[in-house]
Design a protein around this ligand. Structure first.
Ligand SMILES: C[S@@+](CC[C@H](N)C(=O)[O-])C[C@H]1O[C@@H](n2cnc3c(N)ncnc32)[C@H](O)[C@@H]1O
Length: 234
């Protein structure tokens, strides 16, 4: 069973989750030009199962929607059913916001106009506090994720310390876990790494943040693509 915030005394939510779209651009380049094309090419035409992707510790959802758009760019519109993204966080408030799929302009810093056009519906002015003669300035707009892309992502509240839950996740093609281990007690990181690693099938990929990378062991191969490091499960 998925453990909720209320049920888990340790599932505290950070007041601020400093995340944003396309965080660590080199990793997104590697995902778009290497990892996802390889996964798609490897897929057996006789096995009709979608690519299984998990964003573990997704906070307010930016990373998960980046995955949706990146996968869309790789597989194209016709084959979107070939991708299934699970995105989880222990914080229910973060997941509620992720499900809403509406973001401030600040969350999109570092994205190009073309990227925003692909990811979002028309920019929405926020609830107006200004006289009606003004329109929202460029930094005061809200962007709403395109519904077709949003439909690729399933958001759930999940505490990574819930061992029973993690045991049920197997056969992943791709796992993203970035900037989450900073919030995990140091002594528990190695155990959590091993549990997460077991979720990924042999030949699947892992994309990690700095704190997660310190736990990596010889059950994965390290691959460098330009400025990005990714891992392949052995
Ligand atoms: C800094 S955010 C990282 C968001 C995104 N992955 C990124 O790299 O931008 C860290 C997130 O990890 C989540 N987190 C920390 N410990 C967790 C745990 N044990 N189970 C699930 N989520 C956890 C926090 O709630 C927070 O939303």
């Amino acid at each position: 069973m998925v453990r909720t915030h209320a049920e888990s005394p340790r599932a505290r939510c950070a007041d601020e989750r400093p995340t944003y779209f396309r965080r660590n651009p080199a990793q997104w380049e590697a995902l778009e030009h290497c990892v996802l094309p390889w996964l798609v090419a490897e897929r057996s035409p006789t096995v009709a199962r979608p690519l299984r992707i998990w964003s573990a510790g997704c906070a307010t959802g930016e990373e998960a929607f980046d995955l949706a758009l990146t996968a869309h760019r790789v597989v194209g519109s016709a084959d979107l059913a070939a991708v299934a993204i699970l995105a989880t966080d222990r914080c229910p408030d973060a997941i509620t916001k992720a499900r809403r799929g509406r973001y401030s302009h600040a969350a999109c810093r570092g994205t190009t106009l073309e990227y925003r056009r692909q990811l979002f519906l028309r920019s929405q002015p926020p609830v107006s506090r200004a006289p009606a003669c003004f329109t929202a300035g460029p930094d005061d707009r809200e962007h709403e994720v395109d519904r077709r892309l949003a439909s690729l992502v399933r958001f759930e509240v999940l505490d990574l310390e819930d061992q029973a839950m993690l045991e049920r996740v197997r056969g992943l093609d791709l796992l993203l876990c970035r900037n989450v281990f900073d919030e995990v007690p140091r002594l528990e990181r190695a155990v959590l790494w091993r549990r997460l690693r077991r979720c990924v099938r042999r030949g699947g990929y892992l994309v990690l943040g700095e704190s997660e990378r310190r736990c990596v062991d010889d059950s994965v191969a390290t691959l460098q693509w330009r400025d990005a490091v990714v891992y392949r499960a052995l």
